[in-house]
Design a protein around this ligand. Sequence first.
Ligand code: SF4
Length: 265
Amino acid sequence: MTAKTTVQPTARLIEVFSAIQGEGLNVGTRQIFIRFAYCDLRCHFCDSAHTWSAPPTCRIERSPGLRNFEIHSNPVPLPILVEWVESQNLPCLHDSISLTGGEPLLHAAFLKEFLPQVRSLTGLPVYLETGGHRPEQLAIILPYLDSVGMDLKLPSVSGENHWQEHAKFLQLCQSSHLEAFVKIIISSHTDPAELEHAASLVADVSSNIPVFLQPVTPLAASEQLTPEPILAPTPDQVLMWQALMKKFVPHVRVIPQTHKMLNQL
Ligand code: SF4
């Protein structure tokens, strides 16, 4: 008789920690963050370029919020990650689990196995932060998600162009009755025609989807990815662009990255 062998799913991670969500619809809530390695985009404003490739090790916070990180090697087997998340999950502390990166959907095969287990063990809702350009991978893990924050990348700000994928992605969230919101990074170089395009893309799916305009946080000189620094929009630009988008969709809020003000991770 031959013994059956099963291949243990593994993931390449950057870090696991507990912190306050600083962006979008969940701003101010407490989350267990799982930051995955790898991203297939190269946004000009990226503040997480260290996630673009997988480091040989990841760091894991032993007690939620204490920043007492331990270093472990990559890749991480599924049961170990479940154990780490469970050890973060103190009673009454967290509102949800945040899948972030990098691009978490590059780990869709792993997440398909991981999410049902972690959801049933912790009872916490699962929130996905994504570049919103991989609808096929979203479809794989849709049943195990509770909410999605989809970035809509404006070419004039990010250097990325994914209009069709964004439309498909948002449509998929809508047809699956998944709570979704759209986040758009704006800089002083934002093309208003692209904002109009973005607003009508959202309105075509549902005018009830909330949109968050997020003024870019300028990168430190040592982190800049473009020859020209990316500057935050002026106060007048922000007011004008919110008004422009509200002609198409009613729920347009302007919120900067509040976790940076609070010195969170
Ligand atoms: S999608 Fe996120 S992690 Fe990837 S390049 Fe853009 S900002 Fe950076």
